[in-house]
Design a protein around this ligand. Structure first.
Ligand code: MLT
Length: 241
């Protein structure tokens, strides 16, 4: 039986994967990253490598050597950090609404400006700015409320640490080309943060990749269209096995 490790995005928690944890044919592990959901914030500066080490340490504790690593957006950046340090532990990779490239200078500057805004105004500064991009206008009010509540469970320190880690993350194009495990690259057709063109580029660089575009989904494609998403993952897991 495979283990799938679901690594959430920013500013989210493991709850964003609530609808994936019943996918048959695998055991699921979905941690909260430091400073998000129920996990305490780091007490020092964090880089993507630190989040990656936390995930690997969790797997070590559970006696899980190899797994399928799934990462949504910032979770994808962490999957690349894991690939850089422990590629041999990867049975498969699922990249969800993410990208391998580093921040542009403007994006990086924006992250540091956001850090200052969060210090003054709290987590809602980021939640209000990002929530409209997470789901399509067709999402139900209940879905929007749940996404908001997941985002609001982030701690201010968790958010500022992660913003800095994202701003400073390296380009992972080289790492992407070295991944030899089977990969599934997924993006929502209406994702404006990491559009399907990012997924296409990653799928081209990977050695063994399938690409799926989710219809009627923005950034949180797994959350907004769980049926389409889960079907794609179930088919992929049968292939990995
Ligand atoms: C995420 O969903 O993790 C973030 O949108 C990633 C980012 O801001 O680059």
């Amino acid at each position: 039986m495979h283990h799938v490790v679901w690594i959430h995005g920013f500013p989210l928690s493991s709850r964003v994967y609530r609808k994936q944890l019943g996918i048959a044919g695998a055991e699921h592990v979905a941690p909260d990253l430091a400073g998000f959901g129920a996990a305490p914030a780091p007490n020092r500066e964090y880089a993507m490598n630190d989040y990656a080490k936390d995930v690997l340490r969790l797997l070590d504790g559970k006696g899980i050597d190899r797994a399928v690593f799934a990462g949504l957006s910032m979770g994808g950046y962490i999957v690349f950090a894991i690939a850089r340090m422990a590629r041999e532990r990867m049975q498969g990779v699922i990249l969800i609404d993410t990208r391998e490239t580093a921040d542009t200078p403007e994006a990086k500057k924006g992250r540091y400006e956001t850090i200052e805004k969060v210090k003054r105004g709290g987590v809602s500064v980021v939640v209000d700015a990002m929530l409209p991009k997470m789901l399509t206008p067709s999402a139900t009010p209940e879905m929007v409320e749940e996404a908001r509540s997941i985002m609001m469970s982030s701690s201010p320190a968790g958010v500022t640490h992660a913003l800095r880690a994202m701003a400073e993350r390296p380009d992972s194009s080289d790492v992407l080309r070295q991944i030899d495990a089977p990969a599934l690259v997924i993006a929502g057709d209406a994702d404006t943060i990491t559009p399907p063109s990012d997924a296409e580029r990653m799928a081209r660089s990977l050695r063994d990749a399938a690409q799926v575009t989710i219809r009627g989904a923005a950034h949180l494609s797994n959350f907004e269209q769980p049926q389409q998403f889960n079907d794609a993952v179930a088919a992929f897991l049968r292939r990995v096995r």
